[in-house]
Structure formats: structure tokens, C-alpha cells
Design a protein around this ligand. Structure first.
Ligand code: BMA
Length: 755
């Protein structure tokens, strides 16, 4: 009897070549990661191609530092290693794709299993595939010849049972079905596997739009156009062994709690661990999955390409059954890098790099994706012009064209309260502003001499050139800088202001994208995606993240919960006219009315309030609900001026609030008149697993920030404009805590406290 040994290395995104550092093996060894396996032909290289280092097979590319992260290049085998012996045969992997057949209007399942048959004789047996809830069971006879064998099965799902599809968060349930697959082989060998099968379709729609040049760029899930709202995901830690399931759940649940439905796994990090995608399936988070290439030019020599091909095939095999992954992306910003010539390539050499680009992303990666996965689209880069880039030879002259594909947009210099600076693009897959994480997060990795905005520590942790000044510049457009004489207090107040600024900037920008979903203005619009940069942090430092290292919500994350709400009134001004749009991501029409209030900074009683008639807000649309000239609005409201008043508005149905209460500032807060220091008190009480904070304020207070330091958990709302005397906010702890612990840590800050 022949016996084969299998070395099992549970490696994830870091990739198989980590082995190459310390081992050189000959023979038929297989390195496994999760439910996939990667075969290395003959020999595992004993030394590593330097390009592999660069592109993060051993380390992630961002291990060498990024503009939000430190340089901690890791190395070595960091998960369990074991050796397994087997005879007869071994199931290397099995994978499946649920595919909808338009012709028969039914679902099929394509299953592929790979065996290593070490017995010298053929092995025969039966395979039984069962999905009990769908009353589907099929039996197949198979015969496996010695050697590497692939078994392909085609399962027709019983058409008499309704298949419930998987939906993104906010659009329906994430129904999945338990499937078992049993291989009963000669010699009494039986191998059983089980998996969850989800059914859903994805289409990327690129088609002409009336009144606009170019093509649309949006996703249909199960035939329904869906606005993708969310953020970009980076590695959750510099050291992947610290990334536990609990941490992943916390971060991903926070995404869902902020009404996000999409995360883009950015191409400078890692292919995430299985648990990440499992959670995304369960929570209804759509994943835009980049292949791991970012902001660099890559070689195309034979060794390198072999490693890329193996990696891509492996990741597709490992991940393709996840309904959450809705699109594969070839790389991050490499089309733009080449076409905008970020690396100053002499014109005479450009064609070499373009040729390499096409070899890598088109002739290899794309080819493998198309061959291996029929269940989701592939786009070559982000940003890209999609079909237009293809037409232009895979690289577009301007990959940032608003009329095609997706764009990335960053502008730290212009005033972010001016929505006119933002691109009315089809899809905005990156945009954002930096802020500092809270003092409680920084405190853990710093000491007293570090606690000022210009300390060595503050400069050292800031990896984005001039980032700290850019934040102050942006703050300066609408807020006065802190005025305390106490250095530590000034540092804390500045941190607070960076968070206020970031939250407000990303709010205004995101609301602009959401209200652009149904209109074409000046030949541009139909925006169908807004993914801000970035969701999570890799360390305690200033960055674009809305979740701090460890998961604490920044003000931006609380704002995201509002600006991504399924029903949202969006207010903005154009030439002294105030507009309110109603945005609906719902699947059915909704009857509602709009209430608009004008408050004076001086009083907790609204000055005036008006209501519209009931109207029907159509499913999946953004429409104009209200329009009024600002002078008229103010005139009709007594003694109001832009500086002394603020507008709030909300949607309601049957006297119930159906949207968050939104607001619009009529002037910069640095010019406001009548704002006073607010005295805000809180009475904390425990209510089962949560804690209620009953707040009372002495006056109107903007950007009310409740902070319980390092006690893990989140509030039901935070950073809000308090225009009413009392308000109850809940605190959801992530670990057991107590009323007295909360009382001790609790601090409240609102804008006027810092002056
Ligand atoms: C984008 C990303 C990242 C970067 C971010 C902020 O370009 O792709 O490379 O961290 O901007 O600068």
C-alpha cells in the first residue's frame, strides 16, 4: 500500500511562499489553506523572488508601511502546521457555484472536487449530494483513476421548492441552505463534507444613459439595482495572528450597524481569512474583492507569473462560494498610476509597462477568473472606466472619468462643505478625510510628553504627508481652533475637532453621492455607490478610518449610521436656495411627510416648524422634496439670520420617525451667534444588557460627544446636534461593565466646551 504524507499549513492571505523561507521540499507536497489547497509543482523555491516580497506574498504589501500604517514586515509560519498521512485517496478540496439558469428559470449547483488517488487501482463509489430544505438529493456514480482527479457534478435544485435568495443587508434576508456531500468509496472509505449554499445573482450594468455621455456603472443583485454604500477594508492588524473571530465580528457588525452594505477589500493588504467572508455572508455585506496588487508596477517574469497564477486560482477556489463577494478587482489604482504617470516613467518606456500590465491583469488574472468563476463580474482595476478602459486597450487615458466606471476622489484643500467640489460620478469607491483617534486609544501607546498635536509622537504616527496640517486647514474653514491654555486639554480638543471635521466632511460628500442616484445634471450623475476610505485602523494613529484600532467608533462612524440610513432627507444649498432631497434605498415605495424646523442657537424651542403634505417616496430613488430661498426661510422665521439659526428636518410616517433627523448649517460655526457653553448632565441606568444615558442640556449644543474612554462598546447615537432639552441615548457594551464604571469614565464634550 502506498502512503502519502501531506504537510498541512494553514496559511491565509499571506500565501504559500512563506514556506519558501525556511524549507525546500521535493515531491508531491501540498500546502493547504482553509478549504482550498495549492499545489506547488515539484519544488517549493528555497529562496524568494524579491518581487514576491514587494507584492506581499510573504508579507502583505502594506507591511512595509502605508499612509495609514506602520512598517512591521512579518515573516514565518504563523498558523498551525501538521502532517497527515493517507492511503487510497484524499479529497484535496471541493468547491461549488450556484448558478441561475435563465432558460429553465431554475437554480443549478456546479460542484467540483479534487482527489489525490494514491491507490494503484481505480476506485469507484458513489457521491450523494443533499440539500434537505430544498428537497434536493442526487446520487452519482464515480470512478477515480490513480493520480490527480477532478470530479465535476451538476446538481439541479428541485424546482417545486421556492429557493430564497441571499440579499445584501437592508434588502432582504441572508438565507442559506445546509448541504452535505458524501463520497462513499471502495474499501469502506467515506468522506463527508458540509457547507452552506447561498443563491444569488450579480450583474454589473454598464449601459448608455440618456442625457449623459459614457456608461452606467452599478450592480444588480438578484435583478435589483442596489446602491452600494460602505467603506474600504484594510488588514485589521499588522500581525495577523492577533485577528480573532471576535475582532472580525466586532468590526463587521459595526459596518452593518452603520447601515453599510458593502466593503471593498483593498488590494494592498491580504486576502482575508475564511471567517471574514463567512461573516460577510451571514451579515449581508457585499465584498468588492481586489486581488493583492496596489499602487505599484509588477514584473511579469516566469517565476513571478507562476506564483501569481497559483495564487489567483487558489483564492478563487477558496472563496468563490461566498455570496458576499460580488466582484473581483484586478488591482488598486494601477491603471491610474500608469496613465497618470505617478512614477515618472519616460514616455519612451511606457509601452513596456503597459505591456506588463496587460500580461499580468488581462492575460493572466482575468483569464483565470473568467475560466474559474461564472458567478460574478471581474473589473480590471479601481478606479477604472470599465468597458471604456477595455475599449481603450485595458487602460483609459483618464481612469477618473466621471462618466465611466468608478472613481477615487481626494481633496483636502478645498472646503468640504462645498458639495460642488465632489465628482458627480457613477460610483465613488474611495474618498475621505483624516482624523485623530480618541485620546483613550492613543493613551495606551504614548506617554505625557507625546500629548500635543506637534509632538514627535504626533508627527511620527502621521504617515500621510502634511496630514496633520491638512486637518487643521479643513477645520479652519468652519471652526475656531481650541483656545485652552492647558496643553493636554488643547490636544484633546484638537482630536475632538478633527473628528467633528472628518464626520461632517464625509457626511456632506456621501449625502451628495446618495442624492445623485436618480438624476443627470449637466450630463453627469446616476451615482450608484459610495465607499469611503477607510473602515478600520491597523494601529493607533491619525487616518481616514471611522473605526479606531480596537473597534471604538469615531464620530464619523456614528454619522455613517445616519448618512447611510435607508431613508434619508438630504439638505444642501445652491445659490441661496435651500433644497431637501428624499433618498430611499427601500425595496418598496413609502408614504411619508417632511418636517422642516428652524432653530435659533439661543433657544431649545424651535422658532418655526413646517410640514409638507404626505408624498410617496419611490423605492430606490432620490427626489427633490423641498425648495426654499434661504432669505425667505429666515424672514418667515422671525429674527433669524444665517449666523443665529440652524435648520433641522426629518421624514415621518404615521407620526413615527422614519429617517434620522438631519440638519443644515447656514453659516460656519466659527461665525455663529448665540451659541453658549452647554451644561450637559447624564443619569446612567442599567436596562438589561444595555445602559441608558438620560441627558439634559442647558442650551442647544452642536456635536455632543459622549465618551466612556476605554470601556468597549458603542452608543446608539453620538456626535449629535442637541436641540431639545432632554434625550436618552443607549450604550451597548461589548464586554460586561457596570453603572459605576461608566459613571467614572464618562465625559461629555460639545462644541463650545473647547473655547
Ligand atoms: C487610496 C488607497 C490607499 C491610500 C488611500 C489614502 O489611494 O488606495 O492607497 O491609503 O488612498 O491615501
Amino acid at each position: 500500500m502506498r502512503l502519502r504524507l501531506l504537510l498541512l499549513l494553514a496559511l491565509c492571505g499571506a500565501g504559500p511562499t512563506a514556506l519558501g523561507r525556511s524549507l525546500s521540499l521535493r515531491g508531491s507536497w501540498r500546502i493547504r489553506s482553509g478549504n482550498g489547497s495549492l499545489e506547488l509543482p515539484g519544488r517549493v523555491p528555497g529562496c524568494v523572488h524579491s518581487a514576491l516580497l514587494q507584492r506581499g506574498l510573504i508579507q502583505e504589501q502594506s507591511s512595509f508601511s502605508w499612509d495609514w500604517g506602520p512598517s512591521f514586515p512579518t515573516q514565518g509560519i504563523w498558523k498551525d502546521v501538521r502532517i497527515e498521512a493517507y492511503n487510497i485517496c484524499h479529497l484535496n478540496y471541493f468547491m461549488f457555484s450556484p448558478i441561475y439558469d435563465n432558460h429553465t428559470q431554475g437554480w443549478n449547483l456546479e460542484i467540483e472536487s479534487s482527489f489525490d488517488v494514491v491507490s494503484s487501482k481505480p476506485i469507484s463509489g458513489q457521491v450523494i449530494v443533499a440539500i434537505p430544505k430544498l428537497q434536493t438529493q442526487q446520487t452519482y456514480s464515480i470512478e477515480l483513476q490513480p493520480g490527480e482527479r477532478i470530479v465535476e457534478l451538476f446538481v439541479k435544485i428541485n424546482k417545486n421548492v421556492t429557493v430564497e435568495t441571499w440579499w445584501p443587508h437592508g434588502h432582504g434576508n441572508q438565507t442559506g441552505y445546509n448541504m452535505t456531500i458524501l463520497f462513499k468509496l471502495d474499501g469502506g472509505l467515506s468522506i463527508e463534507k458540509s457547507a452552506k449554499v447561498y443563491f444569488r445573482t450579480v450583474e454589473l450594468i454598464e449601459e448608455p444613459i440618456e442625457g449623459s455621455q459614457g456608461l452606467s456603472f452599478y450592480f444588480k443583485i438578484n435583478g435589483l439595482p442596489i446602491f452600494l454604500k460602505g467603506s474600504n477594508w484594510i488588514p485589521a492588524d499588522s500581525f495577523q495572528d492577533r485577528v480573532t473571530s471576535d475582532l472580525l465580528r466586532l468590526l463587521l457588525q459595526s459596518a452593518v450597524d452603520a447601515n453599510m452594505n458593502t466593503l471593498r477589500v483593498w488590494g494592498g493588504g491580504i486576502y482575508e481569512q475564511d471567517e471574514f467572508y463567512r461573516l460577510c455572508d451571514e451579515l449581508g455585506i457585499m465584498v468588492w474583492q481586489d486581488f493583492m496588487f496596489a499602487c505599484a508596477l509588477y514584473p511579469t517574469d516566469r517565476d513571478f507569473m507562476n506564483s501569481v497564477r497559483a495564487e489567483v486560482a487558489h483564492q478563487i477556489r477558496r472563496l468563490k462560494y461566498h455570496p458576499s463577494i460580488i466582484v473581483w478587482g484586478g488591482n488598486n489604482e494601477n491603471e491610474a498610476a500608469l496613465m497618470m504617470n505617478w512614477y515618472n516613467i519616460p514616455a519612451s518606456e511606457l509601452h513596456t509597462y503597459i505591456k506588463d500590465y496587460v500580461i499580468l491583469y488581462v492575460k493572466n488574472i482575468r483569464k483565470i477568473v473568467l475560466a474559474e468563476d461564472k458567478t460574478r463580474p471581474f473589473i480590471i482595476s479601481s478606479p477604472t472606466n470599465g468597458a471604456e478602459s477595455i475599449k481603450e486597450g485595458w487602460l483609459s487615458v483618464n481612469p477618473y472619468d466621471n462618466n465611466f466606471g468608478d472613481v477615487h476622489f481626494y481633496d483636502y484643500i478645498s472646503d468640504c462643505w462645498n458639495w460642488k467640489v465632489f465628482p458627480k460620478a457613477r460610483f465613488v469607491s474611495e474618498y475621505g478625510y483624516q482624523s485623530w483617534p480618541s485620546f483613550s486609544t492613543l493613551e495606551k501607546v504614548s506617554s505625557e510628553e507625546d500629548w500635543s498635536y506637534n509632538s514627535k509622537f504626533s508627527l511620527h504616527r502621521q504617515h500621510h504627508a502634511d496630514g496633520n496640517n491638512e486637518m487643521l486647514l479643513q477645520i479652519g474653514f468652519h471652526f475656531k481652533l481650541p483656545e485652552s491654555t492647558d496643553t493636554l486639554q488643547t490636544f484633546k480638543d484638537t482630536i475632538y475637532l478633527t473628528q467633528v471635521m472628518q464626520a461632517q466632511c464625509v457626511k456632506i460628500e456621501t449625502e451628495f453621492y446618495r442624492r445623485s442616484r436618480s438624476e443627470i445634471v449637466d450630463a453627469q450623475g446616476y451615482t450608484m455607490g459610495a465607499l469611503y476610505w477607510q473602515l478600520n485602523d491597523i494601529w493607533q494613529a491619525p487616518s481616514w478610518a471611522s473605526l479606531e484600532y480596537g473597534g471604538k467608533w469615531k464620530m464619523l462612524h456614528y454619522f455613517a449610521r445616519h448618512f447611510f440610513a435607508p431613508l434619508l432627507p438630504v439638505g444642501f444649498e445652491d445659490q441661496d436656495v435651500f433644497f431637501i432631497y428624499g433618498v430611499s434605498d427601500l425595496r418598496s415605495d413609502c408614504k411619508a411627510k417632511l418636517t422642516v424646523r428652524v432653530h435659533t442657537w439661543r433657544s431649545l424651542e424651535p422658532l418655526c416648524s413646517s410640514e409638507t403634505e404626505h408624498f410617496v417616496l419611490k423605492a430606490g430613488e432620490a427626489v427633490l422634496l423641498y425648495k426654499e430661498s434661504v432669505p425667505v426661510l429666515l424672514e418667515n422665521c422671525g429674527n433669524c439670520t444665517r449666523q443665529s439659526c440652524v435648520v433641522s428636518f426629518y421624514l415621518s410616517a404615521d407620526s413615527q420617525l422614519v429617517s434620522p433627523t438631519n440638519y443644515h448649517f447656514l453659516s460656519s460655526l466659527s461665525e455663529s451667534v448665540g451659541l453658549h457653553k452647554a451644561h450637559i448632565t447624564a443619569i446612567i441606568s442599567q436596562q438589561g444588557d444595555t445602559f441608558a444615558f438620560d441627558l439634559e442640556t442647558s442650551t442647544v449644543a452642536p456635536f455632543v460627544w459622549l465618551d466612556v474612554g476605554s470601556i468597549p462598546g458603542r452608543f446608539s447615537d453620538n456626535g449629535f446636534l442637541m436641540t431639545e432639552k432632554t434625550r436618552t441615548v443607549l450604550f451597548y457594551p461589548w464586554k460586561p461593565t457596570s453603572k459605576s464604571e461608566l459613571e467614572q469614565s464618562f465625559r461629555v464634550t460639545s462644541l463650545m466646551d473647547i473655547y
